[in-house]
Structures are given as C-alpha cells and as structure tokens.
Design a protein. Structure first.
Length: 298
C-alpha cells in the first residue's frame, strides 16, 4: 500500500483532484488535456503540476492546475452549480502567476519589453444532480454592476461530465469517462441501497477489472469513501442551509439550525474515522482546538 500512503495527504480532499491531480498519475491528467484540446501529447512529463495547496476560497481548495505547452490549465470540479466560479478562478490565477513570476528568472516584471506569460485556460467540470447544459460559459463581469465596463474579465467554461453528456470528450479521455461512470453508478446504487458508503462499494465492485481507475479506487477505498461522502453530505447540508436562509422571517433561525446539523455531520465523520480532526476543523472554518472542544461538549 505504498502508493496509498504516498497520496494520503490532508489537502487531497476531493475525488476529482485525487485522480487528476496526482503526480504519480500524470498520464491521466495528460489524457484529459489532450481530450480537451484535440492534442496528442504522449509524454506525461510534459506536464508540470502547480497545485495551490494552501489557498482556500469558499471553504474549498484548488483542484488541478498545471503548465503544458505554454498554457496554464486551471481545472476545477463542482458537484453543485456555482455561478461564482469566475471569482474563484481569478484568485487562483493570481496566485499561480505570482508564483510563476517568482520562480522564472527570465521573467522581468520591471522590463520595458513586453514579457510573455502562459495563456490561462479556466475549466470547471460539473457533475451535479441539477440538470445543466453540456457547456455553459460563466463570466466574472456578470457579478459587477449592470451596465458597467469592468477592466478585469475572467471567462470560465463549465463542462457537464454527467453520464450522457459531452460523450465525445468522455470518449477521448478514458479516466474521465470512468470517473463519470463511477459517480453515476454510485448515485444509482445509493437510491437502491440507501447507504452511500454501501453504494460506493457496489460501484467499485461493478467496475470492469480492466478499468484504468478501478485498481486505484480499490487501493484507496477508504480515501475515496471519505472524500465522496464528505463532499456529498457537505453539499447537501449547506445547500439546505442556503435554501432555508432565503425563507422570509425564519432565515436566521433556520441557518443556525442547519449550520449545527452540518457541524454534527462533521463530528460524526471524525468519530467514524472518515475525516481527520484537521480536515473537519477546516471545513467548519474553526481552529482545531475549538472544533475539538465543541465535539467533546456535544
């Protein structure tokens, strides 16, 4: 289980990143890039991963970002529709380019000559339960005052990777197709079995033995369950919280109740060994000591 120990780091808290941002599986990242761009690169070492491991925005971390062929590719995954993705990409891109300038001595920021930089590509892979079009373009300017002319624009291409959508893209990237099928099978089994954890086991077992990602999922089964269950429960809990907060006259009380429910969910995941104390505290936007104290008092 050397591979499992190597990639079992706290910041790898999303299954998409776990698969496509893994430095030991850069051939999967390359396959995704080729399918997205119609290219035919064969050397995984052409990819240089630039993960933002210590940046948090809206409670989430950067999923996958890498440099290849003079392009900075920022890939994010969303299991619920989020129209604020352009702002998130703006923050990540700023941090990536700041690091790029600091680590590339040939870039002279004060030069009178135009300095060249990698072209950014911002893509959000969506596989939420809400029905969405195959491709949606999100723009940062939509968040600004109507009629204004902003000097900054960020365009994000949101691609629906749910089963039955964008088949050409999924056929072009086998790991992405298998990831999409895994999520689809898990949701299907969850409706039948009730238990999400059992559904994950069933989906893994149903995968063909010649699947690319099955050995990876089997070897890291506990990690996969932790990430999948945590993401599923958090999305549901906080979606309910946001919906309740909209109800006139009951917003404050409902929000507090749902926030408490989300916190109780995190306590349970820690006690079940599916989340570390540090991971749970981060998701609750609390210090480890405060989170531990509240958990002990419940």
């Amino acid at each position: 289980m050397a591979e499992e120990r190597k990639i079992n780091r706290e910041y790898k808290d999303r299954l998409f990143r776990f698969i496509f941002g893994n430095p030991d599986k850069k051939e999967w990242t390359l396959s995704l890039y080729n399918a997205m761009n119609g290219s035919h690169y064969t050397d995984p070492e052409a990819i240089t991963l630039h993960m933002i491991e210590d940046a948090v925005y809206m409670g989430m971390k950067n999923d996958v970002s890498f440099l290849i062929a003079d392009t900075f590719n920022l890939y994010e995954h969303q299991s619920s529709f989020n129209p604020n993705m352009p702002m998130r990409f703006l923050i990540y891109a700023g941090m990536l380019y700041d690091n790029y300038i600091e680590t590339h001595s040939e870039y002279h920021r004060y030069s009178s000559v135009q300095q060249k930089a990698p072209t950014p590509r911002c893509v959000c892979f969506y596989n939420g339960a809400k029905q969405m079009s195959d491709i949606v373009t999100l723009r940062l300017s939509d968040a600004f005052t109507p009629g204004s002319e902003p000097d900054i624009e960020v365009r994000v291409t949101m691609i629906n990777i749910n089963y039955g959508h964008n088949s050409e893209l999924l056929e072009g990237c086998r790991p992405l197709r298998e990831y999409s099928c895994f999520v689809h099978e898990t949701r299907t089994h969850q409706k039948e079995l009730g238990s999400l954890e059992k559904a994950i086991d069933a989906a893994i077992e149903k995968f063909p033995d010649d699947s690319l990602i099955k050995p990876f999922l089997v070897a890291n089964r506990s990690e996969v369950k932790s990430m999948f269950i945590t993401e599923y429960d958090e999305e549901r809990a906080f979606a309910e919280q946001r919906e309740d907060a909209r109800e006139e006259g009951r917003a404050e009380g409902r929000a507090e109740g749902k926030a408490e429910g989300a916190l109780l969910m995190l306590f349970g995941l820690v006690k079940d060994g599916l989340l570390s104390l540090a991971q749970a505290a981060e998701r609750a936007h609390m210090s480890e000591s405060d989170f531990k104290l509240q958990m002990e008092q419940m």
